[in-house]
Design a binder for this molecule. Structure first.
Ligand code: ACM
Length: 728
């Protein structure tokens, strides 16, 4: 969706009789060649550059500011594409291709396309519009990478981050250390391969790609790597698509493929699994820096990109902690803790790369021990509070790769969620938004062993990322996107992309609490285009005699909403069930005697009385998490008559989330003298494994108070999650 688009009257007939006009001295020769390839794909032949019935004119216009900006005007006799830079020209050509794909039916007899007359002025909101591919966990051929770049370019993605090394395989030839690929690029099937093989019985896309399986010395081995020549050629190809290839050599952790070969690079001289991740490089060992610099020197020689990604995620420091030499080194250098020790490593590698005129990208884990403010930080850990705020507080530029929704390997990824999920919280400072460099989505391939499955995970999700990273927020609209998606899917099919899009009948509820009208607005979102939905507000099952959904509706007091998508066979699973209450405590202040856990702040101090209810996931942004007791007082702002109290808590034993031992409610008129009125006991065993949401509720009939104190004891000393103190 461009920044500005105005339809005019008239149309342009694009055919083999259309002429392509350009001035070779403008420096757009490569783009013109690319455009002719696109035209060949659509029309079956390239456009004449000498004569024609109507014209497409490519114009260098230095008054258009921004290298990626362009203007496109379509009139009945002429299309004019203008930009100051080859990038802008390229993106204008892509837009023209999108218009052909979206707007026009090819007339099969005349072989013509009809394009609407219009004016487009366009430029991206972010300079970093990235996709990623993990080629370590499973290997992908250089031909697949080229096809991937071609598809990314079609949606104006301009960065491809290649995760070239990890514990499970080293994929880039390093001439100084040929063992890295001679041995490190190969493995016998590992545990993740076994999972894939098992799943392939149901879904053949999980079969390990036979192109990367070999028999050697009587063993079956899996793997592959890219030679330096292949990579250089690939980078050159990507340049013609204005896609910058950013190499990642993940360090000091995620290095087992190299450390298996050179175990002397760890602090204890062994390659092993630590407490959580593989044993990392030893940050106090000079040989490590020699190795790293030798590797990076060759990486730099292959990749002209301004950026080198050095990972720095998920470093298992248990081995460092056991080393007396490390302790001594830290004392001598005044390094206070192991996070700072990791930063010592990151800083040394950064210094080397800066001397080579490169800029450094790291995963957000690197922030913990302090980093220089010129590193670019890739934010991936949704569950760590305030990463975006911490990043910009340190003046680092931020690339948003939040795992939810931007890890496309996740089975929970939904197109709707990728399109609409808030990426930075409301506390992100307005005056630091200029430090958001862009967005990137990732494809981790632990359980993605084939090109077909990679296609399915990438498309159409990439299109959503593309719109979020390019289009003004005010131009982003889910309903509009869904409608524009259909012709793109048809086009992807034509290009042989094995995309996966099975819109579900699931309805996602959104609430809009209106304090002035004392009501709650409810709307549903879905993957479906113009679905038929019926709903009830009394908990009964909807039928075609129930209320038809026609956009947002308002609920006063309490409602038990049940809604479903209907087709000719009636209501479709899954039903949506959602309780909403405009209760007496909504909008009232809550005073905390013990703080929430900062990783699960939900909406901070307002969240218990905001009317928004948590769903089935404690990380959905509505549940507030506590590792202490829960001890709060609601101030009703005046003495009010009371009828009932309830509060929902959650148990999910796996990750250590437990219900409280009991919930006590105390009332006061003056805020000083409290009387206990309820003691609600928990009757669910802490051994209960399945997700359990328990409503602790009790009657307050005949009582009145201004202050309502709630105490929930953290009996299991784990996490407690609570949402909404409902008072009537
Ligand atoms: C990551 O997912 N470990 C960056």
């Amino acid at each position: 969706m461009p920044v500005e688009m105005n339809l005019k009257s008239g149309e342009f007939i694009l055919s083999s009789r259309t002429q392509l006009l350009s001035n070779s001295s403008d420096g757009f020769i490569q783009e013109v060649e690319f455009f002719q390839e696109l035209m060949h794909g659509q029309l079956g032949l390239t456009l004449s550059e000498n004569e024609g019935e109507n014209q497409i004119e490519i114009i260098k216009n230095d008054r258009i500011s921004g290298s990626e900006a362009y203007q496109l005007s379509i009139d009945s006799d002429r299309i004019r594409l203008e930009a100051s830079d080859s990038k802008g020209i390229f993106y204008g050509m892509i837009t023209l291709e999108q218009l052909i794909v979206s707007n026009s039916e090819k007339d099969e007899i005349s072989g013509e396309f009809t394009l609407p007359a219009l004016e487009i002025k366009d430029k991206p909101i972010y300079e970093w519009r990235g996709m990623h591919l993990d080629v370590s966990r499973h290997f992908f051929s250089i031909d697949y990478l080229k096809r991937y770049v071609d598809l990314l370019a079609l949606y104006k993605i301009n960065k491809l981050h290649l995760h070239l090394t990890d514990d499970q395989g080293w994929r880039i030839e390093i001439k100084k250390y040929p063992e890295l690929t001679e041995s490190g690029a190969w493995r016998e099937f590992n545990q993740q391969d076994s999972i894939c093989i098992e799943r392939s019985k149901e879904d053949p896309r999980f079969a390990i790609d036979p192109a990367h399986i070999y028999e050697k010395d009587g063993k079956t081995i899996y793997g592959g790597y890219y030679t330096q020549e292949e990579l250089k050629e690939f980078v050159g190809f990507a340049e013609t698509r204005h896609v910058e290839i950013i190499p990642e050599i993940d360090m000091p952790g995620h290095m087992m493929a190299a450390i298996d070969i050179f175990p002397e690079l760890t602090c204890n001289g062994e390659s092993a699994w630590g407490d959580v991740f593989s044993t990392p490089l030893c940050p106090i060992n000079e040989e490590v820096y020699t190795f790293v610099e030798n590797v990076l020197a060759e990486v730099i020689d292959i990749f002209p990109s301004k950026y080198i990604h050095i990972g720095a995620d998920e470093v298992d420091k248990s081995d460092w902690k056991k080393s007396a030499a490390v302790t001594q080194f830290m004392q001598k250098e005044g390094i206070e803790d192991y996070e700072a020790l990791q930063s010592y490593f990151v800083n040394r590698v950064t210094d080397y790369l800066k001397n080579q005129e490169k800029e450094v990208v790291v995963w957000d884990d690197a922030l913990a021990g302090g980093i220089p403010s010129d590193l670019k930080v890739m934010y991936w850990r949704n569950w760590v509070a305030n990463v975006p705020e911490k990043t910009v507080a340190n003046e680092n530029e931020l690339i948003i790769s939040a795992g939810n929704p931007f890890y496309f390997s996740s089975p929970k990824t939904k197109l709707f969620n990728i399109y609409t999920k808030e990426l930075i919280g409301s506390k992100f400072p307005e005056d630091k938004k200029n430090l958001i460099k862009g967005m990137q989505a990732c494809l981790w391939t632990e359980t993605i062993p084939s090109e077909a499955l990679a296609d399915a995970k990438l498309f159409p999700n990439v299109l959503v990322l593309a719109e979020r990273a390019w289009s003004e927020e005010s131009r982003q609209d889910w309903d509009s996107f869904k409608k524009r998606l259909k012709p793109q899917l048809d086009h992807l099919s034509k290009l042989g992309v094995k995309y996966e899009f099975t819109p579900s009948n699931e309805l996602v509820p959104f609430m809009n609490v209106d304090l002035e009208k004392s009501s709650i607005g409810i709307r549903f979102e879905t993957d479906l285009i113009d679905p038929v939905i019926y709903y009830t507000t009394d908990g009964s099952i909807p039928t075609t005699d129930s209320k038809p959904y026609q956009g947002e509706f308002y609920v006063e007091g309490s409602a038990a909403i049940v809604a479903a998508v209907f087709d000719e066979n009636g209501a479709q699973e899954p039903y949506l069930r959602k309780d909403v209450d405009f209760h007496k405590a909504i909008g009232k202040p809550v005073i905390y005697e013990k703080p929430w856990n900062p990783s699960y702040a939900a909406g901070d101090a307002g969240t218990m009385t905001d009317g928004y209810r948590g769903g089935d996931s404690y990380s959905d942004g509505y549940w507030q998490g506590f590792t202490s007791d829960f001890l709060v007082t609601v101030d009703m702002e005046e003495v009010v008559e009371l009828n009932s109290f309830s509060a929902k808590f959650m148990q999910l034993k796996g990750p250590g989330v437990f219900l409280p031992g009991s919930v006590e409610v105390w009332l006061s008129e003056d805020g000083e003298n409290f009387d206990q009125v309820l003691n609600l006991k928990n009757d669910i065993s802490p051994e209960e494994e399945k997700l359990t949401i328990k409503d602790f509720e009790g009657s307050l009939e005949g009582k009145s108070a201004r202050y309502i104190k709630v105490k929930a004891s953290n009996a299991q000393h784990g996490f407690m999650f609570v949402d909404e103190l409902v008072v009537y």
